[in-house]
Ligand binder design. Structure first.
Ligand code: ADP
Length: 591
C-alpha cells in the first residue's frame, strides 16, 4: 500500500513537472513566433544584412524539445521526420536523441510505407510493439537503428479563426519515440503525452521552416542586389545605411570590408554632390519637402546626375533615381537610391555632337578652295587671265581636295559598313611588306618637311599573306597620325619577322610606327580604336581629325587576324603596333 502511495506521489510530481515544462515550452514558442512574424512583416527586410535571430536558436529549441520528450516518455530514442516538399518522402531531421548523425542522415522513407508513413497518412498515433515482427517496422528497416518498440504521433499544425475554431489542419511530419526504457512498453499515457508535446514540436518546426524560407528569400534578394550593375543604397528612416551593394561601394570608394550597414549615411558617403541629392530626395520621399519640378509648368524633373572619379582618376557619370520604400501597411520604411552608369551614353552624346561639327568642318574645308578655283576658271571664260600652267595648278588643287573629300566620305561609308556587321573584303596575296611600307613613306614624305621618315626592317625584306591596299591603308593611317601628332623629329616604320610561336604557328609579322610626338595618357591609350575618339590634348585638337581612322584600322587589323596596341608616353611619343600571322588561317566554311 505504502508502495502505491509513493507511486501516486511520484506520478503527481511528474505531472507537475510536465505542466511546468509545458508552460515554459509554450512561452518559448510564443517568443519564437513573435520573432518570426516580426521578421515576416518585413520589419527587418530593410536591414537585409543584419539577421535578428539565428536559425541555430530554432535548432537549439528543437534539440531541447527532443531531449525532454525522450526523458518524459522514458524513451531511448526520439526523432522527428518531416516531409520533403520536393520528393514527398519523410526524412529524419536533426537534432535527434539517441541516434547517430549517420543514422539520422540515412533515415528516409516514402510516405506510402512503414510505421512513419502510416502515422503521417492517417494522422493518428501509432504504436509498434515489436519492430522485428511488425511489417511496418520491417518496411522502414527500423531494426537497423536498433529499434525494438516505439510510438509515433503526427506533427500537426492547426490554424484557428478568431473564435478559436480550427480552420485548417496540416500534418508536416511525425514524431517518434523508440525503445521504452527499463524493458517496458509504451502505454496510452505516453501516447497522450507525446501528442501534446508534438504540438509544440510541430509549431517550432513550422516556424523554423518559415524562418528558413524567409532567410532564403532574403539571401536571394541580397544576391540579386549584389549582382546588379547599378549601384544601390537603401537608407532607413533613421538615416542609416540599411543595404548597399558592391557597385554602390565601388562608386563611393567604400571598401568591401568596411562595415557600413547601420551607420549614418552622412558618415559613409563622402561625396558632396551625392549627399546633397540624397538629402533632398529623402526629404521629398518623406513629404518633408515639396518635390522640385523642372520648371514652372510642372514638367517632371530631369533625373539627377553625379560625377565621380574612380581610383585611376577616370570620370564616371551616374544617373540617380530615388524612391520611397513602404512596407505592407504602407508605412514608409526608407528610401532606395539607384545609381546608373550613364558615362558611355553621355560620352557618345558628346562625341556625336562633336562629330557632327567636325565632319561638317572637314567636309566644308576642301569645298572652299574647290569652289574658289572652279569660279576662277569659269570667270576666265576665254582663257585670257591665266596661262596653261596656272590652270593646271588650279585643276590639281581641285583634284587634291576632291580626293580629300572622297577619302572622308569613304571613311564614313566604311564606318557604317562595319557598324552593319558587313565584313571587309580581302584580296589575299603574298605581299612584300617592305615595299608596302616604302610606298607609304614615299607618299607621306611629300606632306612634311619637319619629319625624317625612316624604314627599319629586320630582315630587310619579307613576304606575308595580306591585301596590298589594306596593309598600306593601315600603315598610311599610322604614319599620317605620327606626322600629325608630332611637331617634328623621326617617324620610324618598324618591320620584324617573328619566329613561329604557339599563337602564330607559321610565324608573325610585327609592324610599328614610332614617333616623337605629343604621346597619349594611359586613359587615352585605353580608348584608342573607339569610334570618334579624339584625345583632349590641345595640340591634338588643333591638328583636326574625325576620330574614325583608327576605328577603321582596328577592323582592318582584325580582318588580318591580328592585334593592335600602343606604347606611349605623354610628351615623349608613341608607337602604334600591329601584329598578324604570316600565313592566314584557312577561311571558316560559310554556314
Ligand atoms: P583622327 O586623327 O582623324 O582624329 P584617328 O582615329 O586616326 O582619328 O585617331 C584618333 C585619336 O587618337 C586622334 O584624334 C589623336 O588624339 C590620337 N592619336 C592617334 N595617333 C596618335 C599619335 N601618333 N600620337 C598621339 N595621339 C594620336
Amino acid at each position: 500500500m505504502t508502495f502505491q502511495n509513493d507511486e501516486v506521489q511520484l506520478l503527481q510530481q511528474e505531472i507537475t513537472k510536465l505542466k511546468a515544462e509545458n508552460a515554459r515550452l509554450k512561452s518559448e514558442l510564443n517568443e519564437e513566433q513573435n520573432r518570426v512574424s516580426e521578421l515576416q512583416r518585413g520589419n527587418s527586410a530593410a536591414e537585409a544584412t543584419d539577421v535578428p535571430i539565428s536559425f541555430s536558436e530554432y535548432e537549439e529549441a528543437l534539440r531541447r524539445l527532443v531531449q525532454r520528450t525522450a526523458m518524459i516518455v522514458q524513451a531511448e530514442k526520439c526523432v522527428i521526420l518531416v516531409r520533403d516538399r520536393e520528393t514527398g518522402d519523410l526524412f529524419a531531421r536533426s537534432p535527434a536523441w539517441g541516434m547517430t548523425e549517420d543514422q539520422v542522415f540515412s533515415y528516409r522513407i516514402p510516405v506510402s510505407t512503414g510505421f512513419s508513413g502510416e502515422c503521417f497518412r492517417t494522422g493518428k498515433a501509432q504504436t509498434l510493439e515489436n519492430a522485428i515482427h511488425d511489417r511496418r517496422g520491417a518496411e522502414e528497416n527500423l531494426q537497423a537503428y536498433g529499434v525494438k518498440n516505439g510510438v509515433s504521433v503526427p506533427l500537426l499544425i492547426e490554424k484557428h479563426d478568431e473564435n478559436s475554431r480550427v480552420v485548417d489542419r496540416t500534418i508536416i511530419g511525425v514524431l517518434h519515440c523508440f525503445n521504452k526504457r527499463y524493458g517496458s512498453e509504451f502505454v496510452d499515457e505516453d501516447v497522450r503525452l507525446l501528442e501534446r508535446l508534438a504540438r509544440n514540436a510541430a509549431a517550432v518546426i513550422a516556424n523554423a521552416q518559415a524562418y528558413q524560407e524567409v532567410m532564403e528569400e532574403k539571401q536571394k534578394l541580397v544576391q540579386t542586389l549584389e549582382s546588379l550593375t547599378a549601384g544601390l543604397i537603401l537608407i532607413n528612416q533613421r538615416g542609416q545605411v540599411a543595404q548597399i551593394n558592391a557597385q554602390a561601394r565601388a562608386i563611393f570608394h567604400i571598401a568591401s570590408t568596411a562595415s557600413v550597414v547601420d551607420r549614418k549615411y552622412k558618415d559613409v558617403i563622402k561625396h558632396d554632390q551625392g549627399l546633397q541629392i540624397i538629402d533632398r530626395c529623402i526629404k521629398e520621399c518623406s513629404g518633408e519637402a515639396p518635390e522640385v519640378h523642372h520648371d514652372e509648368e510642372t514638367l517632371p524633373r530631369l533625373p539627377d546626375e553625379i560625377t565621380v572619379n574612380d581610383d585611376e582618376g577616370d570620370e564616371f557619370i551616374y544617373q540617380v533615381h530615388a524612391a520611397g520604400v513602404r512596407d505592407g501597411s504602407d508605412t514608409l520604411i526608407g528610401t532606395v537610391f539607384i545609381f546608373n552608369d550613364i558615362t558611355d551614353i553621355r560620352n557618345v552624346e558628346k562625341m556625336k555632337t562633336e562629330f557632327v561639327s567636325i565632319v561638317s568642318h572637314e567636309l566644308r574645308t576642301p569645298l572652299t578652295p574647290m569652289k574658289g578655283f572652279v569660279r576662277t576658271l569659269l570667270d576666265d571664260e576665254n582663257e585670257e587671265w591665266y596661262d596653261r600652267e596656272s590652270r593646271r595648278e588650279f585643276y590639281s588643287i581641285i583634284e587634291t581636295n576632291v580626293d580629300r573629300l572622297s577619302r572622308l566620305i569613304n571613311d564614313l561609308l566604311n564606318v557604317s559598313r562595319i557598324e552593319r556587321g558587313a565584313g571587309i573584303e580581302m584580296n589575299w596575296q603574298d605581299v612584300e611588306v617592305r615595299k608596302a611600307a616604302e610606298s607609304v613613306v614615299d607618299i607621306q614624305k611629300g606632306r612634311t618637311d619637319r619629319h625624317s621618315l625612316v624604314i627599319d626592317f629586320e630582315p630587310s625584306e619579307f613576304v606575308a599573306e595580306s591585301d596590298p591596299d589594306i596593309i598600306q591603308n593601315i600603315l598610311q593611317n599610322f604614319v599620317s597620325n605620327a606626322i600629325k601628332y608630332s611637331e617634328g623629329g623621326e617617324v620610324r616604320v618598324i618591320g620584324r619577322m617573328q619566329e613561329p610561336s604557339e599563337e602564330f604557328p607559321d610565324g608573325a609579322v610585327l609592324l610599328g610606327v614610332k614617333d616623337q610626338g605629343i604621346g597619349l595618357t594611359p586613359a587615352e591609350i585605353k580608348k584608342i580604336g573607339e569610334k570618334f575618339f579624339r584625345s583632349d590634348n590641345k595640340k591634338a585638337r588643333s591638328a583636326g581629325g574625325t576620330g574614325i581612322g583608327l576605328f577603321l584600322v582596328k577592323s582592318l587589323i582584325a580582318a588580318h587576324h591580328g592585334t593592335m596596341w600602343v606604347d606611349s608616353e605623354v610628351g615623349k611619343g608613341s608607337t602604334f603596333w600591329f601584329k598578324f600571322p604570316v600565313k592566314q588561317p584557312p577561311a571558316e566554311p560559310a554556314k
